[in-house]
Design a protein around this ligand. Sequence first.
Ligand SMILES: C[S@@+](CC[C@H](N)C(=O)[O-])C[C@H]1O[C@@H](n2cnc3c(N)ncnc32)[C@H](O)[C@@H]1O
Length: 203
Amino acid sequence: MPKPFSQACENNRDPICQILERVFADKSAILEIGSGTGQHAAWFAKKMPHLLWQTSDRIQNHPAIKEWLAEAALQNLVAPITLDVSQFDWPQDEYDGVFSANTAHIMSWPEAQQMVCGVASVLADGGMFGLYGPMQYSGVIKAESNRAFNARLKAQNPQQGIREFNDLNALAASQGMVLREDNPMPANNRLLVWQKSNNTSAC
Ligand SMILES: C[S@@+](CC[C@H](N)C(=O)[O-])C[C@H]1O[C@@H](n2cnc3c(N)ncnc32)[C@H](O)[C@@H]1O
């Protein structure tokens, strides 16, 4: 059986990678949240060999991630750990970078909040958090394609939906993370980058 595949990952991996190469240039250990198929991890670990790339997801996605990792056969790509952001099993290790793509709108808002708080708890001072996906700004979803996507998400699960930038940013700020970049990306996505600036305790 062919391994799980995401065309979106193939399409967005290079634009994302161009930004991560700069943001993670002086970093060494990255935690990815919601690795999904594992495609992003395999690509980013190959393109950024100075990084140790720790994959993670809920347990049901581990077989796919492991298949992509086995094929990539990279020394700096680490087998997935089980991480459901709503559970109290966040890693004890410290990371100087965290990355997550297309997760905040799939999670419920309480889960997305737990993700931001959890990220603050595992990030070293000066560490960077990159969050990729569609966003809304002051209640407005600009692109028609994203408005339709948001409607589909909510129809399948009212808990899901495109998240509000201001809410995410206020929460990140409350956890000691300062917004450094808000990058426009292809297909009406954004890549937000926060930096952990002090020892503010996580929620
Ligand atoms: C749309 S997929 C994105 C996968 C991959 N990052 C990508 O860009 O293709 C959403 C991911 O979020 C993960 N996810 C959803 N809820 C989660 C939670 N509570 N904790 C951790 N991961 C979660 C799913 O398991 C899935 O891997």
